[in-house]
Design a protein around this ligand. Structure first.
Ligand code: CO
Length: 417
C-alpha cells in the first residue's frame, strides 16, 4: 500500500539525515547512543523561570518572527490598511487571536463595552437597543469558520513577485471559533415585518462601514459575535461585538457592530457600489458577489521556504469554501500533469478551513507544486487562467485560482509570477 511505501521512505530519510546533520547529531536526532554524556543542555541543569503574576501568555522568544505583517498602508491615511496572517508558520486550522488578519477602513475604535449599544430597527415590530450585558444573556452558539477578505490573493491576478510568501499571497485568511448569538434569535425577538428582505449592518468605527445582507442569510447562519477562540473579541476584530457571515466575503462581517436596520431592498452603501464589486471586461460590474468560492493553497513548502536536500517532505496546506464542506483536495508536484489525492485532516467542517497533507519524496529536480480543491457542491477550484479568460484583468476581488509554487534544484521555493 501507499502508506507502507511512505513509511519506508521516511525511515530511509532519518537514517540518511544522521550523516547529513553532522555536528547536530548531538541534538539527539539520528545516531543517538545510550550514553547521555555531553548531551545535557544548560536549561536541564537549573530551575526555569517561575510563574509570573497575572500574566497573559506569550509565544517563545524563539518564535518572534511569527507575526502579522502590514502591507500597503498609505502614509497619508495610516488608519486604513491590512495585515496578513503568517500561514506558513501555522499548523492545523485555528488561527491564534494575535495572528488573525486585519483590514480596517478607519482604524480600530477604542470602544468601552459598557457604553456600546446595538440598535435593531427598520421593518420590525419591536425596535430594540441592546447593551452588551443584555446581548450576552441570549442563547449562544460557538462555531468554527474561516474569515477571508474578498481581496485575498488579489495581487496575484497578474502573477506577482517571485519573492512572495504565502503570507503575502494568501494572508488575508484566518479561522477561529466564533461565539455569539444567532442573528435569527435577535430577529425573532424584534419580530420581522413581511416586507423586510435586507438587513443593513453598520459599524461604530469612524468609517461607519456598512453592508446590506439578504434576509435569507441573516436568518440562516449569521452570528452576532462577541468572542473568538475562547476569549472576548480582539479590538482589531470588532470588540465588543461584530457581525459574522460564514462563507461570505470578510468585509460583510461588519466589525464594531452598532446598528442593524431591516428594509425592503439593499441599501447601496459605498462598500457595495464603489467598492467590493467585480468589474468585468465589458465594463459592467457584478454586484453582491458574497460567497467565497472553493480555494486552496499549499502552505508547506511555500514561497521563501528552503528544502534541505532531496528526500521525504510532507506537503501540507489549507482548503476552504463558502458553500459548505471541502470534499477533496488534489496535489500536483509536476506542474499539473498528474494529481494525487491528499489526506483531509478531521474535522472537515462547513465554511471552515480544512488542513490537507500529502507525503512526497523530492528527487532534487525542479518541481512545481499546486493544490486543487473540490467542494461538496462539486465545484472545482479553477486554474487562474480560466478565471482571467472570463473576468479579464479589471477584477480585484474573488480570485480563487489554483496557486503554484516553484522549487528549484537548490531547494529554494518561489511564487510562480
Ligand atoms: Co464580492
Amino acid at each position: 500500500m501507499a502508506n507502507e511505501k511512505t513509511l519506508i521512505g521516511r525511515r530511509g530519510l532519518l537514517a540518511a539525515s544522521a550523516g547529513f546533520l553532522g555536528a547536530s547529531v548531538s541534538s539527539g536526532r539520528g545516531q543517538a547512543s545510550n550514553d547521555s554524556e555531553g548531551l545535557v543542555p544548560p536549561w536541564s541543569k537549573e530551575q526555569g523561570a517561575p510563574i509570573r503574576e497575572s500574566s497573559y501568555g506569550e509565544p517563545s522568544p524563539f518564535e518572534k518572527n511569527v507575526v502579522r505583517r502590514p502591507r500597503g498602508a498609505l502614509p497619508t491615511f495610516p488608519s486604513a490598511g491590512t495585515s496578513d496572517t503568517p500561514l506558513q508558520n501555522l499548523t492545523g486550522i485555528i488561527t491564534p487571536n494575535g495572528l488573525v488578519y486585519e483590514r480596517h477602513h478607519a482604524g480600530i475604535p477604542p470602544i468601552d463595552p459598557a457604553q456600546h449599544r446595538l440598535l435593531i430597527h427598520g421593518l420590525v415590530d419591536r425596535p430594540l437597543i441592546l447593551t452588551m450585558d443584555e446581548l450576552t444573556r441570549f442563547p449562544s452558539v460557538s462555531r468554527l469558520h474561516f474569515l477571508e477578505c474578498s481581496g485575498n490573493s488579489s495581487a496575484t491576478w497578474t502573477g506577482g513577485n517571485p519573492k512572495w510568501t504565502v503570507q503575502d499571497t494568501h494572508g488575508l485568511l484566518s479561522c477561529c471559533e466564533w461565539t455569539g448569538v444567532l442573528l435569527s434569535t435577535l430577529l425573532d425577538e424584534v419580530g420581522i415585518k413581511p416586507a423586510a428582505k435586507w438587513v443593513l449592518a453598520e459599524g461604530a468605527d469612524a468609517a461607519g462601514l456598512s453592508r446590506s445582507v439578504p434576509i435569507d442569510k441573516a436568518l440562516d447562519d449569521a452570528i452576532v459575535v462577541y468572542a473568538q477562540n475562547g476569549e472576548k473579541l480582539r479590538p482589531e476584530q470588532g470588540y465588543p461585538v461584530r457581525l459574522f457571515l460564514p462563507g461570505y466575503e470578510g468585509n460583510m462581517s461588519v466589525k464594531w457592530l452598532r446598528r442593524l436596520k431591516l428594509g425592503e431592498g439593499p441599501f447601496q452603501t459605498r462598500e457595495e457600489t464603489s467598492k467590493y464589486t467585480d468589474l468585468m471586461p465589458d465594463g459592467t460590474a457584478r454586484q453582491f458577489t458574497f460567497i467565497m468560492e472553493a480555494k486552496s493553497v499549499i502552505t508547506f513548502p511555500s514561497g521563501g521556504h528552503h528544502l534541505k536536500g532531496p528526500g521525504f517532505y510532507e506537503i501540507s496546506g489549507l482548503a476552504w469554501t463558502g458553500r459548505g464542506r471541502i470534499k477533496r483536495v488534489e496535489v500536483s508536484t509536476d506542474g499539473g500533469t498528474s494529481w494525487h489525492e491528499a489526506q483531509l485532516q478531521e474535522p472537515v467542517l462547513s465554511k471552515c478551513l480544512t488542513r490537507f497533507r500529502l507525503p512526497w519524496t523530492w528527487d532534487g529536480g525542479p518541481a512545481t507544486l499546486q493544490s486543487r480543491a473540490t467542494d461538496e457542491t462539486g465545484y472545482i477550484q479553477p486554474p487562474r487562467r480560466m478565471l482571467t479568460d472570463v473576468r479579464g484583468f479589471n477584477s480585484y476581488y474573488h480570485l480563487n485560482g489554483i496557486h503554484p509554487w516553484h522549487i528549484d534544484p537548490s531547494g529554494g521555493v518561489s511564487n510562480v509570477a
